[in-house]
Design a protein around this ligand. Structure first.
Ligand code: UD1
Length: 385
């Protein structure tokens, strides 16, 4: 059997790692003829070493067999270029399955190309819905799920979304969250790291300040959604909020390339650099981020994956969005995540409100570190039931 897995952007890398390991384990116990041939394709959507290569090294993912080198561009450019380049690869290799992950442009582009050639598509992280069609990821999620032959969902809420859309229940496999496989696998490595060493190794040279971090006495911030960073009148008030929080406790801010470009363009960069308790770092590797999350009092973010990691680590998460495709993480479902939007007063009120609430871990069903094994078993059987 030939399986081709697609990765393109940062959030894909931590999700493919356990799947690759599951295939390696499967192959170890079989003669060559019965082994799975795995082909890893990187579309090249993310290409900076800190956004891509670092994760391959750290998570032990083999170098991609094929890199489509698509790079940055508009949505149409990225999706179009990926489809054109991927079509050649697909026709040459003719895999039995194409595995797509998450909701990035690579996911939608490759599932569409494969399905047009009648090659079966399986989607890892299927069924998530923010119901917000202004998010490019929501378009990618819906398109990919509609095209997929097998839909591997992380939780029962995702199953329900798919059933409501009329997806046949025999194609829906609730397998748990594959990213938690990586979290559990990497947890011991991350635990051994020192939070202050992480900062000194990664702080941007633009800053001269330094802080000494203590567990439960700092905030971790990430921000990269176009809706939050591409408009000056949205980004400006958000930054004021962060500066207010930084007066209360240190904030660690690993800066995404898109966000950095905007901060410089809008003239905000120097102000951030100058705050004594706001620490700007380059994008961090997986273990560094996990280690900081383990000790952070609160994570302020507009990322999807961090909402889930906070849930499993018990860290308070304030999500600076109006909605989430990951409702299982919310306090309504016994989680640690609160949707706070971007209104400064609301974000600040939530920041104060969580101060005296202790950490509390919550593990949804099947978030047990064995999701990749379940996916492979179902794939080999080519059915969910
Ligand atoms: C993409 C995903 C998003 C995911 C995010 C994680 C889509 C539609 N969006 O958004 O779901 O949460 O990745 O990071 O697929 N850039 C670099 N170096 C890189 C990559 C990007 O400098 O290695 C810069 C470029 O200026 C680029 C911009 O970042 O134009 C945005 O990159 P892009 O891949 O378009 O989307 P992300 O915002 O990273």
């Amino acid at each position: 059997m030939k399986i081709m897995s697609i990765v393109g952007a940062r959030p894909n890398f931590m999700k493919v790692a356990p799947f690759v390991r599951a295939i390696q384990r499967y192959n170890q116990s079989r003669a060559a003829a019965g082994q799975i041939q795995h082909i890893l394709v990187h579309t090249g959507q993310h290409y900076d070493p800190t956004m891509s290569e670092v994760f391959f090294h750290e998570l032990g993912i083999p170098a991609p067999d094929i890199n489509l080198e698509v790079g940055s561009g508009t949505h149409a450019y990225q999706v179009g270029q990926t489809m054109i380049a991927f079509e050649k690869v697909l026709l040459e290799i003719q895999p039995d399955w194409v595995i797509v992950i998450g909701d990035v442009n690579a996911t939608a582009a490759c599932s569409l190309t494969a399905r047009k050639y009648g090659i079966r598509v399986a989607h890892i992280e299927a069924g998530l819905r923010s119901f917000d069609w202004t998010m490019p990821e929501e378009v990618n999620r819906v398109v990919t799920d509609r095209l997929s032959n097998l839909l591997f969902t992380p939780d029962r809420l995702a199953d329900e979304n798919l059933r409501r859309e009329g997806v046949s229940t025999v194609t829906i496999c609730c397998v748990g969250n594959i990213m938690i496989d990586t979290l559990e696998y990497e947890r011991p490595h991350a635990s051994a790291l020192d939070i202050n060493q992480i900062i000194s190794a990664n702080q941007l040279p633009d800053q001269r300040n330094s802080v000494h971090l203590e567990a439960d006495r700092f905030a971790l911030l990430t921000l990269h959604r176009p809706a939050n960073v591409d408009a000056k009148d949205r980004l400006g008030p958000l930054l004021e909020t962060f500066l207010t929080i930084a007066n209360i406790m240190p904030i660690i801010f690993p800066v995404h390339p898109r966000t950095r470009t905007r901060l410089v363009e809008f003239g905000f960069w120097q102000r951030l650099c100058d705050h004594s308790q706001l620490i700007l770092t380059r994008p961090l590797g997986y273990r560094d981020m996990l280690r900081l999350n383990m000790d952070a009092k609160v994570v302020l973010t507009d990322s999807g994956g961090l909402q889930e990691e906070c849930l499993v680590l018990g860290t308070h998460c304030l999500t600076m969005r109006e909605n989430t495709e990951r409702p299982i993480t919310l306090t309504e479902h016994s989680g640690t995540n609160r949707l706070v939007g971007t209104e400064p007063a609301v974000v600040l009120a939530a920041f104060h409100a969580i101060q005296n609430i202790p950490r509390r871990v919550h593990l949804p069903e099947l978030w047990d570190g064995a999701t990749a094994e379940r996916i492979l078993t179902k794939l080999i059987g080519a059915a969910c039931q």
